[in-house]
Design a protein around this ligand. Structure first.
Ligand code: SF4
Length: 213
């Protein structure tokens, strides 16, 4: 089943309205609240995560709880507040027991994310973790080989980073995440609104030159 998102969903509010009390995939049966995403509807930086967890399911907001707190700290470390970015997940409803989303669930739900990206129209996308990175870059290369580099997809810059939740359980990833956020800041600083790459087709690896500090 492929969900077609009508083009008359001209803004995020209309898209949310179109989704309604979505039951297009099996995750609807076990969710508490659909987590659409939040933030600046015209953010230059958009984060794409995997799926809501327990706290997100209860509140309807993305990235709350410990992983959300860490994300806020990382944002603050590069001079950004959450209200200045947009955050959305690949699937909008919590997989039971925080299991990985299934391919069929991603296939059904991801057109909503694709439309969110079109509507927010960010200059830079930061993908949080394996699922989001694989979706945005159209690859199955392990996240450990992808993070720390800058990619271009169409006219957007894409920066894969570890999912903040991974750093909660593995302290060694916290320093890596901090480095990656410094790189993210540098990418954002260099990306002028008017300066868009004119590339189409598959994701391209571009240079990530210089020290992130
Ligand atoms: S995960 Fe997506 S497609 Fe599935 S019920 Fe939730 S909003 Fe609908």
């Amino acid at each position: 089943m492929v969900v077609a998102v009508p083009q008359d969903c001209a803004d995020l509010c209309a898209l949310r309205e179109h989704m309604g009390d979505c039951h297009r995939c099996a995750l609807a049966a076990t969710r508490t609240r659909l987590v659409f995403g939040s933030g600046d509807p015209h953010a230059r930086l958009m984060f794409v995560g995997e799926a809501p967890g327990k706290n997100e399911d209860l509140t309807g907001e993305p990235f709350v709880g410990a992983a959300g707190k860490l994300l806020d700290e990382l944002l603050e470390s590069i001079g950004l507040a959450r209200a200045q970015v947009f955050i959305a997940n690949m699937v909008k409803c919590r997989p039971p027991g925080n299991r990985d989303p299934e391919e069929s669930e991603i296939d059904i739900c991801s057109p909503f994310l694709a439309r969110q990206i079109e509507l927010v129209d960010p200059v830079v996308i930061a993908t949080l973790g394996r699922f989001a990175t694989h979706y945005v870059l159209h690859t199955t290369v392990p996240i450990t080989a992808l993070r720390g580099r800058l990619y271009r997809v169409g006219d957007r810059r894409v920066v894969p980073v570890f999912h903040p939740a991974a750093a909660l359980y593995d302290q060694s990833k916290r320093g890596v995440l901090q480095d990656d956020f410094r790189r993210l800041r540098a990418v954002l600083d260099r990306a002028d609104d008017g300066e868009r790459a004119a590339s189409d087709g598959p994701a391209q690896l571009v240079l990530f030159d210089g020290d992130p500090s």
